[in-house]
Design a protein around this ligand. Structure first.
Ligand SMILES: Cc1ncc(COP(=O)(O)O)c(C=O)c1O
Length: 378
């Protein structure tokens, strides 16, 4: 954060604003590559985290691929120059026509419900198909964002896998990959390892696998004392499973927030300091329309007053300007806030701009990339 010229950026572009640090994305990518260096790994950036074209270009220049979840995302990836083989398409409950579109475009499609097969029928002939499976096992971690337990809408319950083997013959396709995504922001690497243990059991059912896609779940630091996930230990576990199951397969991984989460900042201005009955509210010129994670997931984001770094620490509810319960942080201690101060909300690179909306007809912020000392309006 200290390397980014926020004051200069605000003078030029005003607030609210998303600012992304390009080198941070490159650093995270390199860290992941290094940790998995003994595995044949392809990184497919989950563009749902942030679909900004400049960010997709950074991923492309690094040699990464894309994880897309809608045909609009697939088309955006094509627009940036990704090839069909660079793209995995893992939608959730999408229409049959979207799946046919992706198959026709020859991207790697991961089907997430057995019910699609009869609906796709002869469209499947001669195709290689991936399966997003749901092992139906709770692996721990945050249940709100867990996706491979038995009550989750995601993935094919493993009790249907034998039937899909029969469908292969009936419709003339081949299952070439299995996919699992245990959830997001998994803090304990043992939970991810458990997920991998469950997942590998099902690799013995299909004979023509070419790759395994282990989704994501890679935790980042939201608080100063948070720890990133232990990548080395996770990679070693995957390596040992490949050996145990005698599989010589490519591994695909689909990080979103690991690559971009801590590259991003939501830069805001204090509109008003308001005294309630018991609380002091600091009202920013932003809201959950720009960063929904605190309200939706009760997520913690660090908040810094860059206009008054030496100010006395005071407690505020830091709120937005929407006509809703709209709170970034409750009872947060921060250097004294005054009208006009510039306040930065950290870790806003992932699931911030991409989940933003213009509720109350409040516009979405501009996005600025800071890379190699230069500023780009994205
Ligand atoms: C299938 C799939 N892959 C990858 C991701 C990216 O997850 P994260 O941003 O936590 O890395 C998600 C996020 O929800 C997902 O659903």
């Amino acid at each position: 954060m200290k390397n980014i010229p926020f004051k200069q950026i605000v003078d030029k572009f005003g607030t609210p604003l998303y600012v992304y640090h390009g080198e941070h994305i490159e650093k995270q990518y390199a860290k992941l590559k290094e940790a998995f260096k003994e595995i044949d790994l392809r990184i497919h950036y989950a563009m749902k985290a942030n679909e900004n074209i400049e960010i997709l270009k950074i991923i492309k220049n690094l040699g990464g691929g894309i994880d897309a979840v809608s045909t609009n995302e697939v088309d955006r990836a094509f627009g940036v120059g990704f090839k069909p083989e660079d793209i995995v398409f893992t939608p959730s409950c999408a229409s049959v026509s979207e799946i046919i579109y992706a198959l026709d475009k020859k991207v790697n499609v991961h089907i997430g419900a057995i019910e699609y097969f009869p609906l796709l029928g002869n469209k499947l002939k001669g195709k290689k198909i991936g399966l997003r499976i749901n092992p139906g096992v709770s692996i721990g971690g945050n249940q709100k964002i867990a996706t491979s337990h038995s009550d989750s809408k995601f993935g094919i319950p493993v009790i249907f896998l034998e039937k899909i083997k029969k469908y292969q013959k009936e419709y003339g396709f081949v299952v070439n990959s299995l996919h699992v995504h245990a959830g997001s922001n998994i803090s304990n690497v043992e939970d991810l390892k458990n997920s991998i243990d469950n997942f590998f059991k099902y690799t013995t059912i299909f004979d023509n696998l070419e790759y395994l896609d282990v989704g994501s779940g890679l935790k980042i630091k939201y608080k100063e004392d948070d720890k990133e996930i232990d990548l080395e230990s996770y990679a070693a576990h995957i390596k040992s499973k490949l050996k145990e199951y005698k599989l010589n397969l490519k591994i695909k991984i689909e990080p979103g927030k690991f690559l971009v989460g801590n590259s991003g900042y939501l830069v805001t201005t204090v509109n008003i300091i308001k005294q309630g009955y018991k609380k002091t509210f600091a009202g920013l010129n932003s809201g959950f329309n720009h960063l929904i994670r605190p309200m939706y997931y009760e997520a913690y984001h660090e908040i810094v007053n860059i206009s008054n770094p030496g100010g006395k620490l005071k407690k505020y509810d830091i709120v937005g300007q929407l006509c809703e319960e709209d709170t970034f942080a409750y009872n947060r201690k921060i250097n004294e806030l005054r009208i006009g101060d510039i306040v930065i909300i950290k870790s806003a690179g992932a699931y911030a701009a991409s989940m933003s909306m213009d509720y109350n007809l409040r516009a979405k912020p501009k996005e600025i990339l800071f890379k190699n000392g230069k500023l780009y309006l994205m």
